[in-house]
Design a protein around this ligand. Structure first.
Ligand code: DAH
Length: 344
């Protein structure tokens, strides 16, 4: 029996195979119903006396060695057939790191804010989900004004009898109201943000876009201050030789109101297809804050006056980059976005 045990032990130590099936066959050969070890145990039952203890120990050692050898082999074969990702091939070419770029709208937005910061304006933000009072009421929109219509505004909650429905802001002028309600002059803020309008999406219109609103309220703020501020902005943004032009207009929240144009920096004002031959490009609206707006926000309109302006970020991006389909800015097609590498 001693010889049989040592023969089996060396068989166990020497056995190796690269096939899981062979390992299994080996296990059956040793430990199966009619396996070598099973037979050995049968034989062992006949042994008596002194030799029994020593032999029993040896057979048990053989069995546990056989079991651990078989499981070692099985494990090695399993990890070899594991997915290739677990094995490292150092000769493979590396994956090139791809550094993203800022979205053109984010770039233009920060350029606009940086210019006004130079003039002492600070940045204020407000909620996109607003109420009627902050978007229309406090800004002197009469109750029947068409902007309040479902055609133009996305309402979130409009109960029959509600005087202050909840809606998506249609302009960032609502931030003016929130700031004026909470603070007293001097106020000098620029308010960037997303705005929403119920528009059919086309190359020229979108239901969501970005605006930057400006507001300056203090003693003796005049239209001349507004003009100079806008001229400074235009020259910083579009070039030192651009001119601005203010055309009379109407907004409920400013009096007088104007539309602001900058001279076309592409043709130098001579007329091209970007400015449709006029030499001028429209960038936003502006005016002196209507007294009713100051009163609504509990600011003494006898003591203080102010100017405000609002401009479209996409509009300025279009002029700057000459990509004139508004939809391109929102589709996030990387072939479009990759072209903008400016970091601000
Ligand atoms: N809120 C206007 C709009 O969305 C833009 C605007 C015009 C803002 C004149 C102003 C302003 O502050 O004075 O079209």
């Amino acid at each position: 029996m001693h010889n049989k045990i040592s023969a089996l032990l060396s068989e166990v130590e020497e056995f190796t195979s690269d096939s899981a099936q062979k390992v299994e066959e080996f296990r059956v050969k040793l430990l199966g119903k009619k396996g070598d070890l099973t037979l050995l145990f049968e034989e062992f039952k006949q042994v008596s006396g002194e030799a029994k203890r020593e032999l029993g120990q040896k057979i048990n050692e053989l069995k546990s060695r056989a079991l651990s050898r078989i499981s070692e082999l099985k494990q090695a074969l399993e990890s070899e057939s594991a997915p290739a990702a677990l094995t490292l091939d150092v000769s493979r070419p590396g994956t090139a790191g791809c550094i993203g770029t800022r979205h053109p709208i984010a770039t233009v937005r920060s350029e606009i804010l940086a210019i006004f910061r130079q003039l002492g304006f600070t940045v204020a933000e407000g909620p996109e989900i607003e109420d009627d009072w902050h978007v229309f009421g406090a800004l002197n929109f009469p109750p029947e004004h068409p902007a309040r219509d479902m055609q133009d505004t996305f309402f979130i909650e409009k109960k029959e009898d509600s005087e202050n429905p909840i809606l998506l802001r249609t302009h960032t002028s609502s931030i003016q109201v929130r700031v004026m309600e909470k603070s007293q002059p001097p106020i000098r803020i620029v308010c960037p943000g997303r705005v929403f309008r119920n528009e059919a999406i086309s190359a020229r219109a979108h239901c969501m876009f970005h605006q930057v609103e400006g507001l300056y309220v203090d003693q003796n703020v005049s239209f001349a201050d507004l003009k100079q501020t806008l001229l400074y902005f235009a020259r910083e943004m579009f070039g030192a030789d651009v001119e601005i032009r203010l055309r009379p207009s109407f907004f409920p929240f400013t009096e007088p109101s104007a539309e602001m144009d900058v001279s076309c920096s592409i043709c130098g004002g001579k007329g091209c297809n970007i400015c449709k031959g006029t030499g001028w490009l429209e960038v936003g609206g502006c005016g002196l804050v209507d007294q009713n707006v100051l009163d609504s926000c509990k600011i003494d309109s006898q003591k203080y006056s102010g100017f405000a302006f609002g401009m479209g970020v996409e509009r300025i991006a279009m002029l700057k980059y000459q990509a004139r389909d508004l939809r391109l800015y929102f589709e996030n097609d990387v072939r479009f976005l990759r072209q903008f590498t400016a970091v601000v």
